[in-house]
Structure formats: structure tokens, C-alpha cells
Design a protein around this ligand. Structure first.
Ligand code: MG
Length: 173
């Protein structure tokens, strides 16, 4: 049985993961409307990944005899001035999520909930990847600058991204 304190914290994290999903879906829709279909594809896959993160936490909470409580999802921004602005917002957001995961990890340790701490290990590594990917795209977009052809080529490249079910979810399927 999971402690009420950890249950509340995981429910808050589920909400944060859904907010992330909502944010990236909004970015996907924005860039689709702007004709940047490759960038839109990248964000729509990011949306699915965030939904999967929420699902991993929901499955875990149920497996520990806890109760999932789905709270309202706050509104997200509607538009971004450029692909660079969107990826900078992505990095800033992922840095916040990393801090949330770290806080959850510290809480699990303080509460001697080692099962939860172990479950979080995958998320700790995932956040390193999320930040690295966003930073890499920011660096490339800065190099691209105003070069329309280079941006077109990056858009084509991002169109090839496909969705892979995250490992903890694939293992449960
Ligand atoms: Mg996430």
C-alpha cells in the first residue's frame, strides 16, 4: 500500500505529464497550421510520449493499491513566434519537469518508499534525454537562423520521427 503523501505527489506528477502532453499538442497544432508539418510531427509524437509518461504513473499507482485522481489541466499557450521559440520553451519546460521528478525522488527517499524511488530511475534518465534533444534542436535552429532552405531540410528530417512506446509501458503491455 502506498502512503497518502506519495499518492498525492504521484497524482500531481500525472497532472504535470498531461499538461506537458497538452503543451506539445498545442505546439503540434500551431506548426501544422503554419505549414511546418515536420516540426508538427515531432511535437505530436512528443504529445504521445507525455501521455505515455502519465500512463506509466497511473499504472504504477494502481499496482501499489493507490487511487488515481485526474485533476483539471491548466490552459497552455496558443502560439510561438518561431520554431526556435517553441524549442526554447520546450527546454525550459523539461528543466521544470526534471526538477519535479527530482523532488519526487527525494520524497520517496524521505518516506523510505524504495519501490517508488526505483520506478523513478527510468524517468531520471528520460529527463536527461529530453533536455539533450531539445538543446540539440535549439543549437541547430540557431545555426539555421534565417536560412529558409536549411529550415525546410530540418522540417523534412523531423517529419521522419516515429513513436516508440516507452520501455516501462511496453513491458506492461
Ligand atoms: Mg514527461
Amino acid at each position: 500500500m502506498i502512503s497518502p503523501k506519495i499518492q498525492d505527489a504521484i497524482n500531481a506528477q500525472i497532472n504535470a505529464e498531461f499538461w506537458s502532453a497538452y503543451l506539445y499538442l498545442a505546439m503540434g497544432m500551431h506548426f501544422e497550421a503554419e505549414g511546418r508539418t515536420g516540426i508538427a510531427n515531432w511535437f505530436k509524437i512528443q504529445f504521445k510520449e507525455e501521455q505515455a509518461h502519465a500512463e506509466i504513473f497511473m499504472n504504477y499507482l494502481n499496482s501499489r493499491g493507490g487511487r488515481v485522481v485526474l485533476k483539471p489541466i491548466d490552459a497552455v499557450p496558443e502560439s510561438w513566434n518561431s520554431p526556435l521559440a517553441a524549442f526554447e520553451a520546450t527546454l525550459a519546460h523539461e528543466e521544470k519537469v526534471t526538477a519535479l521528478i527530482n523532488n519526487l525522488y527525494a520524497l520517496a527517499e524521505a518516506e523510505h518508499d524504495y519501490a517508488t524511488r526505483g520506478k523513478l530511475d527510468w524517468f531520471v534518465s528520460e529527463q536527461v534525454e529530453e533536455e539533450e534533444t531539445a538543446k540539440n534542436l535549439i543549437d541547430r535552429l540557431k545555426l539555421i537562423g534565417d536560412n529558409g532552405l536549411a529550415l525546410y531540410m530540418l522540417d523534412q528530417e523531423l517529419a521522419t520521427r516515429t513513436y516508440n512506446v516507452p520501455a516501462p509501458l511496453a513491458a506492461n503491455a
